[in-house]
Design a protein around this ligand. Structure first.
Ligand SMILES: Cc1cc2nc3c(=O)[nH]c(=O)nc-3n(C[C@H](O)[C@H](O)[C@H](O)COP(=O)(O)O)c2cc1C
Length: 206
Protein backbone atom coordinates (compact mmCIF):
# COMPACT_ATOMS: atom_id res chain seq x y z
CA UNK A 1 0.00 0.00 0.00
CA UNK A 2 1.28 3.47 -0.79
CA UNK A 3 0.34 6.38 1.45
CA UNK A 4 0.03 9.58 -0.46
CA UNK A 5 1.65 12.78 0.74
CA UNK A 6 0.69 16.07 -0.86
CA UNK A 7 2.90 18.83 0.55
CA UNK A 8 1.92 22.29 -0.64
CA UNK A 9 4.19 23.81 -3.27
CA UNK A 10 4.43 27.15 -1.49
CA UNK A 11 5.74 30.48 -2.75
CA UNK A 12 7.07 31.32 0.73
CA UNK A 13 8.31 29.13 3.53
CA UNK A 14 5.50 28.08 5.87
CA UNK A 15 5.31 25.71 8.83
CA UNK A 16 5.71 22.05 7.88
CA UNK A 17 2.43 21.13 9.54
CA UNK A 18 0.57 23.63 7.35
CA UNK A 19 2.39 22.39 4.27
CA UNK A 20 1.48 18.76 4.91
CA UNK A 21 -2.21 19.19 5.79
CA UNK A 22 -4.43 18.03 2.99
CA UNK A 23 -7.89 16.53 2.50
CA UNK A 24 -7.78 12.86 1.53
CA UNK A 25 -10.77 10.79 0.48
CA UNK A 26 -8.92 7.46 0.82
CA UNK A 27 -8.44 6.51 4.48
CA UNK A 28 -6.61 3.59 6.02
CA UNK A 29 -9.20 1.36 7.73
CA UNK A 30 -7.18 1.16 10.98
CA UNK A 31 -8.92 2.87 13.90
CA UNK A 32 -7.69 6.16 15.33
CA UNK A 33 -6.35 5.90 18.89
CA UNK A 34 -8.74 7.44 21.46
CA UNK A 35 -6.00 9.67 22.93
CA UNK A 36 -5.26 11.08 19.47
CA UNK A 37 -8.93 11.82 18.90
CA UNK A 38 -9.09 13.58 22.26
CA UNK A 39 -6.04 15.65 21.26
CA UNK A 40 -7.82 16.78 18.09
CA UNK A 41 -10.79 18.11 20.04
CA UNK A 42 -8.46 19.65 22.62
CA UNK A 43 -6.79 21.53 19.75
CA UNK A 44 -10.22 22.70 18.57
CA UNK A 45 -10.99 23.82 22.12
CA UNK A 46 -8.13 26.31 22.10
CA UNK A 47 -9.20 28.21 19.00
CA UNK A 48 -9.83 31.94 19.26
CA UNK A 49 -13.45 33.06 19.11
CA UNK A 50 -15.50 36.23 19.15
CA UNK A 51 -16.09 37.22 22.81
CA UNK A 52 -14.56 33.82 23.67
CA UNK A 53 -18.04 32.40 23.06
CA UNK A 54 -16.56 29.10 21.79
CA UNK A 55 -19.56 28.39 19.54
CA UNK A 56 -18.18 25.03 18.33
CA UNK A 57 -19.73 21.61 18.93
CA UNK A 58 -18.86 18.25 17.36
CA UNK A 59 -21.01 15.15 16.96
CA UNK A 60 -18.54 12.32 16.41
CA UNK A 61 -18.75 8.58 15.75
CA UNK A 62 -16.16 5.86 15.23
CA UNK A 63 -16.49 2.77 13.02
CA UNK A 64 -16.62 0.50 16.06
CA UNK A 65 -19.93 2.18 16.99
CA UNK A 66 -21.76 1.21 13.78
CA UNK A 67 -25.13 2.60 14.84
CA UNK A 68 -23.87 6.14 15.48
CA UNK A 69 -21.44 5.96 12.54
CA UNK A 70 -24.41 5.25 10.27
CA UNK A 71 -26.41 8.12 11.77
CA UNK A 72 -23.63 10.65 11.11
CA UNK A 73 -23.03 9.27 7.61
CA UNK A 74 -26.75 9.56 6.80
CA UNK A 75 -26.48 13.35 7.12
CA UNK A 76 -23.87 13.59 4.34
CA UNK A 77 -24.88 14.01 0.69
CA UNK A 78 -24.66 10.84 -1.40
CA UNK A 79 -21.36 11.77 -3.06
CA UNK A 80 -19.66 12.31 0.28
CA UNK A 81 -21.19 9.16 1.73
CA UNK A 82 -19.66 7.17 -1.14
CA UNK A 83 -16.12 7.70 0.14
CA UNK A 84 -16.65 8.84 3.75
CA UNK A 85 -18.19 5.45 4.62
CA UNK A 86 -14.66 3.97 4.58
CA UNK A 87 -13.14 6.49 7.01
CA UNK A 88 -12.66 5.23 10.58
CA UNK A 89 -14.16 8.38 12.17
CA UNK A 90 -16.91 10.72 11.00
CA UNK A 91 -18.15 13.92 12.60
CA UNK A 92 -20.38 16.94 12.15
CA UNK A 93 -19.41 20.39 13.37
CA UNK A 94 -22.22 22.50 14.80
CA UNK A 95 -22.35 26.23 15.55
CA UNK A 96 -24.21 28.00 18.34
CA UNK A 97 -25.74 30.89 16.40
CA UNK A 98 -26.41 33.13 19.44
CA UNK A 99 -24.20 34.38 22.28
CA UNK A 100 -24.99 32.53 25.50
CA UNK A 101 -24.85 35.64 27.75
CA UNK A 102 -27.29 37.91 25.87
CA UNK A 103 -28.93 35.71 23.21
CA UNK A 104 -27.85 38.13 20.46
CA UNK A 105 -27.02 36.63 17.03
CA UNK A 106 -23.34 35.68 16.71
CA UNK A 107 -22.30 36.85 13.24
CA UNK A 108 -18.98 35.06 13.59
CA UNK A 109 -20.29 31.68 14.72
CA UNK A 110 -19.42 29.85 11.46
CA UNK A 111 -16.10 31.70 11.30
CA UNK A 112 -15.17 30.50 14.77
CA UNK A 113 -16.31 26.93 14.17
CA UNK A 114 -14.07 27.06 11.08
CA UNK A 115 -11.17 28.20 13.24
CA UNK A 116 -11.73 25.36 15.68
CA UNK A 117 -11.87 22.88 12.82
CA UNK A 118 -8.68 24.33 11.32
CA UNK A 119 -6.97 23.72 14.69
CA UNK A 120 -8.36 20.20 14.64
CA UNK A 121 -7.05 19.65 11.11
CA UNK A 122 -3.54 20.85 11.95
CA UNK A 123 -3.36 18.78 15.14
CA UNK A 124 -4.41 15.80 13.01
CA UNK A 125 -1.57 16.43 10.58
CA UNK A 126 0.87 16.73 13.48
CA UNK A 127 -0.22 13.27 14.67
CA UNK A 128 0.08 11.64 11.23
CA UNK A 129 -3.67 11.84 10.63
CA UNK A 130 -5.66 13.94 8.15
CA UNK A 131 -9.23 15.20 8.11
CA UNK A 132 -11.55 16.02 5.22
CA UNK A 133 -14.19 18.66 5.78
CA UNK A 134 -17.45 18.65 3.82
CA UNK A 135 -20.04 21.30 3.04
CA UNK A 136 -22.03 18.50 1.44
CA UNK A 137 -24.34 17.55 4.27
CA UNK A 138 -27.97 18.22 5.11
CA UNK A 139 -28.26 20.50 8.17
CA UNK A 140 -31.98 19.67 8.35
CA UNK A 141 -31.27 15.94 8.44
CA UNK A 142 -28.59 16.49 11.12
CA UNK A 143 -31.09 18.49 13.20
CA UNK A 144 -33.64 15.71 12.90
CA UNK A 145 -31.28 12.80 13.54
CA UNK A 146 -29.38 14.34 16.46
CA UNK A 147 -32.09 16.61 17.89
CA UNK A 148 -29.93 19.71 17.36
CA UNK A 149 -31.77 22.57 19.12
CA UNK A 150 -32.99 25.79 17.45
CA UNK A 151 -30.24 28.43 17.41
CA UNK A 152 -27.63 25.76 16.66
CA UNK A 153 -26.73 24.84 13.09
CA UNK A 154 -24.77 22.00 11.51
CA UNK A 155 -21.77 23.51 9.70
CA UNK A 156 -19.72 20.76 8.07
CA UNK A 157 -19.17 17.04 7.87
CA UNK A 158 -15.69 15.77 8.74
CA UNK A 159 -13.86 12.51 8.18
CA UNK A 160 -10.80 11.70 10.29
CA UNK A 161 -8.19 8.99 9.86
CA UNK A 162 -4.80 7.94 8.61
CA UNK A 163 -4.49 8.63 4.90
CA UNK A 164 -4.97 5.46 2.86
CA UNK A 165 -4.24 4.00 -0.53
CA UNK A 166 -5.62 6.11 -3.42
CA UNK A 167 -6.04 2.81 -5.33
CA UNK A 168 -8.94 2.04 -2.98
CA UNK A 169 -10.96 4.82 -4.66
CA UNK A 170 -12.94 4.53 -7.89
CA UNK A 171 -11.25 5.93 -11.05
CA UNK A 172 -12.34 9.58 -11.07
CA UNK A 173 -11.85 10.05 -7.33
CA UNK A 174 -8.46 8.37 -7.50
CA UNK A 175 -7.43 10.87 -10.17
CA UNK A 176 -8.56 13.76 -7.96
CA UNK A 177 -6.74 12.23 -4.99
CA UNK A 178 -3.48 12.14 -6.91
CA UNK A 179 -3.87 15.54 -8.61
CA UNK A 180 -1.61 18.36 -7.42
CA UNK A 181 -3.04 20.79 -4.89
CA UNK A 182 -3.69 24.22 -6.34
CA UNK A 183 -4.11 27.72 -4.95
CA UNK A 184 -4.63 31.20 -6.34
CA UNK A 185 -1.70 33.60 -6.11
CA UNK A 186 -1.04 35.78 -3.05
CA UNK A 187 -1.34 38.96 -5.08
CA UNK A 188 -4.91 38.07 -6.07
CA UNK A 189 -6.26 38.26 -2.51
CA UNK A 190 -3.97 40.43 -0.39
CA UNK A 191 -4.72 44.09 -1.04
CA UNK A 192 -3.51 47.46 0.25
CA UNK A 193 -5.17 50.85 -0.24
CA UNK A 194 -8.04 49.77 -2.47
CA UNK A 195 -10.07 46.68 -3.21
CA UNK A 196 -8.32 44.63 -5.87
CA UNK A 197 -4.98 46.44 -5.57
CA UNK A 198 -2.28 43.90 -4.73
CA UNK A 199 -0.42 44.82 -1.57
CA UNK A 200 3.21 45.86 -2.02
CA UNK A 201 3.93 43.39 0.79
CA UNK A 202 3.36 40.67 -1.78
CA UNK A 203 5.99 40.22 -4.43
CA UNK A 204 4.39 39.83 -7.88
CA UNK A 205 4.96 36.20 -8.84
CA UNK A 206 3.42 36.27 -12.26
C1 LIG B 1 -15.90 24.00 4.45
C2 LIG B 1 -15.40 22.97 3.49
C3 LIG B 1 -16.30 22.25 2.73
C4 LIG B 1 -15.86 21.24 1.86
N1 LIG B 1 -16.80 20.44 1.24
C5 LIG B 1 -16.39 19.31 0.61
C6 LIG B 1 -17.35 18.34 0.19
O1 LIG B 1 -18.56 18.46 0.42
N2 LIG B 1 -16.88 17.24 -0.45
C7 LIG B 1 -15.56 17.03 -0.69
O2 LIG B 1 -15.21 15.99 -1.25
N3 LIG B 1 -14.62 17.95 -0.29
C8 LIG B 1 -15.00 19.06 0.38
N4 LIG B 1 -14.07 19.96 0.86
C9 LIG B 1 -12.62 19.76 0.63
C10 LIG B 1 -12.07 20.81 -0.31
O3 LIG B 1 -12.45 20.50 -1.62
C11 LIG B 1 -10.54 20.86 -0.16
O4 LIG B 1 -10.23 21.35 1.13
C12 LIG B 1 -9.91 21.78 -1.21
O5 LIG B 1 -10.05 21.21 -2.50
C13 LIG B 1 -8.44 22.03 -0.96
O6 LIG B 1 -7.74 20.83 -0.86
P1 LIG B 1 -6.77 20.52 0.38
O7 LIG B 1 -7.64 20.59 1.63
O8 LIG B 1 -6.27 19.11 0.14
O9 LIG B 1 -5.71 21.54 0.39
C14 LIG B 1 -14.48 20.99 1.70
C15 LIG B 1 -13.56 21.75 2.45
C16 LIG B 1 -14.00 22.71 3.34
C17 LIG B 1 -12.98 23.47 4.17
Amino acid sequence: MSTLKKPADTSEEIHEILRHRWSPRAFDPRPVEAEKLRALFEAARWAASSYNAQPWYYIVATKDDPENFKRVLSCFIEFNQSWAKDAPVVAISVAAMRFPNNNQPNRHAFHDVGQASANLALQATALGLQIHQMAGLSPEKAREVFLIPDDYEAVAGITIGYPGDPASLPGELRKREEAPRERKLLNSFVFTGEWGKPSPIIKAKS
